[in-house]
Design a protein around this ligand. Structure first.
Ligand SMILES: Cc1cc2nc3c(=O)[nH]c(=O)nc-3n(C[C@H](O)[C@H](O)[C@H](O)COP(=O)(O)OP(=O)(O)OC[C@H]3O[C@@H](n4cnc5c(N)ncnc54)[C@H](O)[C@@H]3O)c2cc1C
Length: 388
């Protein structure tokens, strides 16, 4: 066992969870990873990977039994995200987004809403967490999408941008402002918009630096009529739901980043153990060993923090926003650094597409940007120490 295996071995997974994580690891290694280069180059949506994930019934792990799920711990979910992202960051992002958009439904949906929507996800549906707008990114509270009540319906007008799974989602967890509430933040509300709703238009899919196979869509809502029964909570409950959603999606983004970091670290170690210069393997140069030591130490410590946050969530904590921000910040900065160092350790070959580290460096970048940029997370963490 190496240091990383020992950290994982210390996590209190049940026997059943360990078996599932092992199945995901094998699927990721043998089926998803070999396709990653093709999907990265073509930019095609990785339907074959989504089908393979659904064949294992993976969405069910975050859905309660009553709605067709087979729930497991948050720690087990994070372990699966990390394995899938390690094999293909696009696929990892797609699957993690299903969790990000579904968790608020589980936490805040009514019985009737859960009965209608959760089986869609348990059966392998795709979902989108639909927050960002062209003029409301880091400050999501500046969103302008309008929810106007009209009898038994809510009329939705507005636009969203950069929405993961946006072009093919079955369910959109959509945030907007209630027209009858004046105060901007208090007006934020959230509803479920279903695929095929008239007036929903996919305006564009982005051509991206990394995560090239995941769909990142600009959406327009033109007088979409959504049943009032699809509103989560009351008008104005959206900000609370948003903050709760981000608390559990940010550690998931960290697990995604750590998957990329692990892949880059393993590739670098394998390469420098083979490649020789000046009659010695690259790994034998002390300057290189110092680089490896820094990468491995930071990776091990960040993974330990991942499991710390997972324990908080699984233990029922609700006040862990700062821990989640620290984790997202550290894991994503680390993924970017390790991927960049891995390219460096491959020399000129790392700069070429023949080696996976070239893709990993491009894939890593998004982890510093989405789910709150790292500037925003530094602000949240720093601000928490300001005395009132
Ligand atoms: C591939 C991809 C997938 C995405 N998926 C989703 C999704 O599924 N759902 C969704 O809702 N959104 C999604 N997003 C949007 C993402 O969350 C936003 O891009 C991100 O929050 C930043 O917003 P912005 O792009 O508008 O940048 P801006 O907010 O305009 O920020 C620009 C720069 O200014 C900095 N900045 C802004 N405000 C401050 C401040 N107060 N202090 C210091 N610096 C600041 C930022 O850190 C950044 O460096 C996705 C984005 C991408 C690229």
């Amino acid at each position: 066992m190496n240091v990383f295996d020992r950290i994982d071995a210390a996590v209190a997974f049940s026997q059943e969870e360990r078996m599932l994580i092992e199945s995901v690891r094998v699927l990721a290694r043998d089926t998803i990873a070999p396709r990653a280069e093709h999907y990265d180059r073509s930019g095609e949506f990785p339907w074959a990977n989504v089908k393979a994930i659904n064949a294992l019934g993976l969405n069910a792990m975050f859905i309660t039994e009553a709605y067709g799920g087979a729930p497991m711990s948050y720690a087990a979910y994070l372990a699966c995200v990390r394995e899938i992202a390690k094999a293909c960051a696009s696929t990892g992002g797609i699957w993690a987004t299903n969790f990000h958009a579904t968790r608020p439904l589980i936490d805040f949906g009514t019985e009737e809403q859960k009965k209608r929507f959760l089986p869609v996800m348990a059966n392998g549906g795709l979902a989108s967490l639909t927050i960002t707008e062209p003029t409301a990114g880091s400050d999501a509270t500046g969103m302008k999408t309008q929810f106007t009540p009209d009898g038994d319906h809510i009329v939705v007008n507005g636009a969203k941008t950069f929405i993961t799974n946006g072009a093919m989602a079955d369910l959109y967890l959509l945030f907007g402002k209630w027209s009858e509430i004046e105060d901007g933040k208090r007006a934020i509300s959230v509803l479920v918009l279903e695929k095929g709703t008239a007036g929903l238009k996919v305006v564009r899919e982005e051509d991206k630096m990394g995560l090239r196979a995941s769909s990142t869509a600009a959406l327009a809502f033109d007088n979409c009529r959504v049943p009032r029964a699809n509103l989560l909570g009351k008008p104005g409950d959206g900000l609370r739901t948003l903050l709760a959603a981000l608390n559990t999606s940010r550690p998931s983004i960290a697990a995604h980043a750590l998957g990329i970091a692990r892949a880059a670290f393993e590739d670098a170690v394998a390469y420098i153990n083979e490649r020789k210069q000046s009659g010695r393997r690259i790994v034998e140069f002390q300057g290189i060993q110092f680089m490896l030591a820094d990468m491995a130490t930071d990776l091990a410590q960040c993974e330990a923090w991942l499991w710390h946050v997972a324990r908080l969530v699984d233990g029922g904590a609700t006040d862990f926003g700062i821990e989640a921000s620290m984790l997202k910040l550290k894991a994503s900065d680390l993924a970017m650094r390790i991927a960049t160092d891995a390219v460096q350790l491959h020399g000129g070959y790392g700069y070429c597409k023949d080696y996976r580290v070239e893709r990993l460096m491009r894939d890593a970048k998004i982890t510093q940007i989405w789910e709150g940029t790292n500037q925003i997370h530094r602000q949240l963490i720093g601000r928490s120490f300001v005395k009132k």
